[in-house]
Ligand binder design. Sequence first.
Ligand code: HXC
Length: 535
Amino acid sequence: MTAISEPPSDRPAAEEALDRSSYTQALTRLERLHLLAVEGTDEAATERQHARGKLTARERIDLLLDEGSFHEVEPLRRHRAHGFGLEDRRPHTDGVVTGWGTVHGRRVCVYAHDFQIFGGSLGEAHATKIHKVMDLAISTGVPIVALCDGAGARIQEGVTALAGYGGIFRRNSAASGVVPQISVILGPCAGGAAYSPALTDFVFMARGPAEMYLTGPEVIAAVTGEHVTRDRLGGADAHARSAGTATFVHDDERSCIEDVRHLLTLLPSNNREPPPTARATDPADRATPRLLEIVPSDPSIPYDMRAAIEEIVDDGDFLECHESWASNVICALARLSGRPVGIVGNQPRHLAGVLDRHASEKAARFVSFCDAFNIPLISLVDVPGFLPGVDQEHGGIIRHGAKLLSAYCNATVPRIQMILRKAFGGAYIVMDSRSIGADLAYAWPLNEIAVMGAEAACDVIFRHEIAGSPDPAATRAERVTHYRRELMDPYSAAERGLIDDVIDPCDTRRVLIEGLRLLATKHADLPDRKHNNPP
Ligand code: HXC
């Protein structure tokens, strides 16, 4: 009989002969192996991870899941790679902890890179563990959360590691629109470790150790001669403000993971379920008089659309996505009478609320997400148009604007447009007008709905008359007043059936909730096809 001694390294008891005569010893051995997988072999590694300001993979999983709910899969997995000394270093888990558990009582699948093992880098065994848990999430219809802290492809495993990433990307794509996918970036994520998050629905980043880049500063310096720090290149704020990769940014890991738990309460587990309803304490018929103070009647005065959203939604509570990127449009999840809704609102406080390239792209992806997961869409419109300019045109505003158009046109969830102040031109149509498929559209009495603002319109159609007039300023003012009276009030749109009613702003919440109640049983099919081809 071979005694099981304390494992001297990470090549322990598994290779020892199994005594088949006694369950007692077999169970002791099993317990020891599991303990080894959980605790690892290098005590100093945990200290190093903490010294980097980071939690360990298992500490993160504990924060994410309800207490005691974690079921680990493949904790005893080890790689079988050779070369570069790999055969002497075969730690259990192979650098990724995978499994499932519950968040507020609802099941999720999870994987967490373990930076303490090969820098969380991805080899064949590591990759196939992730494939397994992703397959489980897709087949059982539960969200998947990735806690990312990994150095990309494990260099020693060569192309096998690259192929492992291919398998993840394929599953990310298969899961898209089937189960919610959330990536939480908590350490350096290089190469493939950055691509997978980009394929998921929401990317959280914790300021400090979280970084994402395809190639790090050294490679950039060698190839282009540019010198940049890791944080400035791919830190949380770079992704939240410039690149638009990060949906949510937090100061630390704990608040980041807490917010993931909150986000999950607003999402269905899969595309076949409705989003979870909460018991509403905020009355459905609550009047919204503050909207009259928040939204100035003068269309040129800016205000904060966030304050309007707060006044409308349950308990003033909403979760804003991409807060610091393309801030001229707000995309937020909230509840109306307990039911989750996706809100797209123009933000007059930034760039007067125009739609530009980034805003169109941001809103398009949000609309598409909500549609995939049965979350009704509320569009709060106050938009002067698309942003003009060579930079916008050459940067592809037509393509990006078309993305938003396409996302709305293809959305079959309940859709309500509420115009708060002005809605001009193509941007009015794109912001979920009746003509592109909104189920219901409402306006307020002082709305201006038109092809463009009165001044710009008169400068086009009365240009010659104004120029030839003895008093051009007076003629222009007169024409502007006339145009505004004839074409810009909401009754012109109401008479033509382009909006369903003009309402008292104080009734905004009640009208939206009544509309959503009707539309809760909406069923709409698009024509049969493999899939559309978005711009
Ligand atoms: C194997 C790796 C590794 C890797 C780091 N390590 N990267 N092991 N493969 N890719 C190991 C280190 O040797 C070290 O091991 C431990 O992880 C911690 O790394 P450090 O460098 O000490 O940590 P830190 O200073 O925090 O720097 C982290 C890092 C840096 C920024 C991630 O290690 C780095 O730049 N690594 C290379 C990243 C990379 O180029 N990845 C490949 C991308 S290509 P010891 O034993 O000393 O603790 C890719 C292609 C996919 O992913 C494409 C799919 C289409």
